[in-house]
Design a protein around this ligand. Structure first.
Ligand code: HEM
Length: 356
């Protein structure tokens, strides 16, 4: 009867608290090690639940406006969890190198590399094997483990099913491609023309700004001007490739650029908040990885990991991973407000201000 449930019944506390190796001969340090890991895994569980909720809202073919704050809410919870986990490494660090060596061999080849929940959430966000350190392929590892059947096979099923789902990055990009640009909707008759005019005038301003910067630097006696000029030229070429990949304008990226450029327009308020939230989510994940590897370096130095990787070197390489790469790249090519192409159809965005 639910009325007679106790706190412990509700939380399944008896089961939960029987899972820390209490009956075995674990040392105090090893119990600490196990509990800290379990706590992280519980948080991962909640992150996955929140991401799934956000994803099912985002997957709607037409996203109702009032669902955007709901998505932001779910993502914000993930961000706070990552922030909390980032500071939790300090608890792990109370384990000294010697304390760890006392029981490390007993772990065998078990490693955080096999944290299938971490892999699930990475897959949900959209981290692909092609973006990872090549020789470290978690899915291949889980495929091998699955040959043993049982739980390992179940884990593989979950991960493979996740791999088939559209990723957050892909769903977000689809949604961005529907952004009204200069008041034009993706299916409007003149949309291609309007978007192309926006992108091309943006790019020519981007080029001019680069050229002016080069002139200023030359006037100020900056050395190595050939290299500087090349840097600005390749930045402009990169901006071009970003907005017009393979010779065709990416409407999703143009939409993203439009939102980032005209952030103050009332109709763009929630889209901008959603984008900022995705950036913050990824930033919080990067910081989580960063603090993990610095903790690892402190405890095991540069020795080989229990999973067989190069340890700290490998983990440092994972800090480059970016799932929402467009959201990061667009920051590189933003230009100041006064240089933006004049806004047209401002009333479309609920903006009473003047057009320029
Ligand atoms: C003394 C504490 C710890 C040490 C020395 C340590 C060390 C390492 C090392 C060396 C790796 C690279 C893979 C390998 O070769 O094993 C790794 C990966 C990983 N660890 Fe830890 N770890 C510790 C604690 C934790 C905790 C508490 C968590 C929380 C769940 C965690 C989560 C992970 C994850 C998710 C990876 C995979 C990273 C990736 O492949 O992107 N680690 N860890």
């Amino acid at each position: 009867m639910s009325g007679s449930k106790t706190y412990a019944d509700y939380l399944e506390l008896h089961t939960l608290l029987s899972l820390q190796g209490n009956d075995s001969e674990l040392s105090n340090d090893e119990q600490h090690f196990m509990i800290v890991h379990q706590v992280f895994e519980l948080w991962f569980r909640l992150v996955i639940i929140e991401l799934k909720a956000a994803r099912s809202l985002l997957l709607q073919p037409v996203l109702p406006e009032d669902d955007v704050p709901r998505i932001v809410h779910h993502l914000n919870r993930c961000i706070e969890i990552f922030r909390l986990m980032t500071s939790q490494w300090k608890v792990m660090e109370t384990l000294t190198p010697q304390d760890f060596l006392a029981f490390r061999e007993g772990l065998g080849t078990a490693s955080g590399f096999e944290s299938y929940q971490m892999r699930e959430l990475e897959l949900m966000l959209g981290l692909k094997q092609s973006q990872r350190v090549q020789e470290m392929d978690p899915l291949a590892h889980f495929r091998k483990l699955a040959e043993r059947g049982g739980r390992d096979a179940e884990v593989l099923k979950i991960l493979e099913a996740e791999e088939q789902m559209p990723t957050m990055g892909e769903i977000l990009s689809k949604w961005l491609s529907r952004t009204p640009i200069q008041g034009s909707l993706a299916h409007d008759e003149n949309d291609e023309e309007i978007v192309s005019e926006f992108v091309n005038s943006y790019l020519s301003e981007h080029k001019r700004i680069g050229e002016r910067a080069v002139e200023r630097m030359a006037e100020n006696g900056v050395k190595n001007m050939d290299a500087v000029r090349e840097r600005f030229e390749s930045a402009h070429a990169a901006a071009n490739d970003f907005l017009i990949p393979d010779g065709k304008i990416s409407r999703a990226r143009a939409g993203l650029l439009f939102i980032e450029s005209y952030r103050e327009l009332p109709l763009l308020t929630w889209p901008r908040i959603l984008i900022d939230t995705f950036v913050e989510l990824e930033q919080s994940l990067v910081l989580f990885r960063t603090h993990h590897v610095r903790m690892v370096e402190r405890i095991i130095g540069r020795r080989v990991g229990t999973g067989g990787s190069s340890g700290v070197d490998y983990l440092d390489a994972t800090l480059k991973y970016r799932v929402f790469s467009d959201l990061w790249t667009v920051r590189t090519l933003l230009i100041k407000k006064e240089s933006l192409p004049g806004l047209i159809n401002s009333e479309f965005y609920g903006f009473a201000g003047k057009e320029n």
